[in-house]
Design a protein around this ligand. Structure first.
Ligand SMILES: [Mg+2]
Length: 231
């Protein structure tokens, strides 16, 4: 059976990701020539956890200006807390952009089976989407990694305020694609969020587990195996 559309999770499905906000913050500090201490990192982490409600609010609705304002205020407060000069705030914000989206960006790496799979699926007329528990930066990350052009629909949980495995996020995807659940497959690396979540909303859910030895009817060990499934 050929689905009309296939949706993919992003982190550790399309893009290898070891994301941690505080580690990223310290990487940015190093990029501008600072030497972050453990105390700086701990302060960043504590402050970010405390700011999660504001961060979530800033992401809702997809207005990038609100997210930028959040990070500017957050970074300025952290800079003050650890006793750095105020000018460091803007330098850190620019460094963050460069670290995440610049030509030397290393924090997100596209798996080697992704491009050939997306190209082949597109050739076969399968519509493609990404559905991810991610913040508003999802579109930009996909763009910077050369994936956005393949995708008709991109759904980021923090933008709509609902996370996988809730059926509501899968329903947002189906509405955007204007397809019934039976016409859409979802592939991801998390058995609960991706596989059970998709199934709970009536989609076919497939697990990608690149460390697994053998594929099965619902486990892929390489994304290219999707191409054999849709004959
Ligand atoms: Mg994932």
């Amino acid at each position: 059976m050929t689905p009309a559309a296939i949706s993919f999770d992003c982190a550790n499905t399309l893009v290898e990701t070891h994301w941690d906000y505080a580690v990223h913050g310290m990487n940015c500090a190093r990029t501008i020539g600072l030497s972050p201490t453990d105390d700086w990192e701990a302060a960043y982490r504590r402050r970010f956890l405390r700011s999660l409600p504001e961060f979530r609010w800033a992401n809702l609705g997809g207005d990038p200006k609100r997210v930028t304002a959040f990070w500017r205020a957050f970074t300025a407060d952290w800079v003050e807390e650890v006793g750095l000069p105020t000018a460091v705030t803007e330098a850190l914000l620019s460094a963050s952009d460069e670290v995440l989206y610049g030509p030397q960006a290393t924090e997100f790496r596209v798996y080697e089976d992704v491009m050939p799979t997306l190209e082949a699926l597109r050739e076969r007329g399968v519509r493609l989407a990404v559905l991810s528990n991610w913040d508003q930066s999802l579109e930009r990350v996909l763009e910077a990694r050369g994936l956005r052009a393949f995708l008709e629909v991109v759904v980021a949980s923090l933008v709509i305020g609902v996370e996988k495995p809730s059926p509501a996020i899968f329903e947002t995807l189906l509405t955007a694609l204007d397809l019934p659940p039976g016409a859409v497959w979802h592939v991801g690396d998390n058995p609960l969020d991706d596989v059970q979540g998709a199934r709970g909303a009536g989609l076919r859910g497939l697990l990608i587990d690149r460390d697994h030895r053998d594929p099965s009817d619902w486990v892929l060990t390489d994304l290219r195996q999707l191409l054999d499934r849709i004959q």
